[in-house]
Design a protein around this ligand. Structure first.
Ligand code: ZN
Length: 102
């Protein structure tokens, strides 16, 4: 497609419908479990291979979302069981107490 025709609208990577919402690269539940809630006055700072010291004023910042998108239905319903399973696993991995070796 030429630029005169415009860029194709991003599509949901699950179903192919128009992508109308973003997906967190690091799950919001993991961020909330590890960091204090950020604010504009007390931000977090995000680093990646392309950005340094990007201020994060809340966990819904677009900086924390993947470049690929999802439609609202897939983000809120279709992937929900996987998000819930991840949250349970993550909680277990963060809070488990390894058994002591004799
Ligand atoms: Zn979808």
């Amino acid at each position: 497609m030429s630029s005169a025709q415009g860029a194709a609208a991003p599509k949901c990577w699950v179903c192919g419908d128009p992508a109308t919402s973003g997906e967190h690269g690091i799950k919001k539940s993991d961020l909330a479990a590890v960091f204090a809630k950020p604010s504009q006055q007390n931000p977090l700072f995000h680093h990646s291979h392309t950005h340094t010291n990007v201020r994060i004023g809340n966990f819904n910042s677009d900086v924390l979302k993947l470049p690929s998108g999802l439609c609202a239905k897939c983000n809120n319903e279709t992937t929900q069981p996987y998000d819930t399973a991840w949250a349970k696993f993550s909680e277990h991995a963060r809070t488990r107490t390894p058994r002591r070796l004799a």
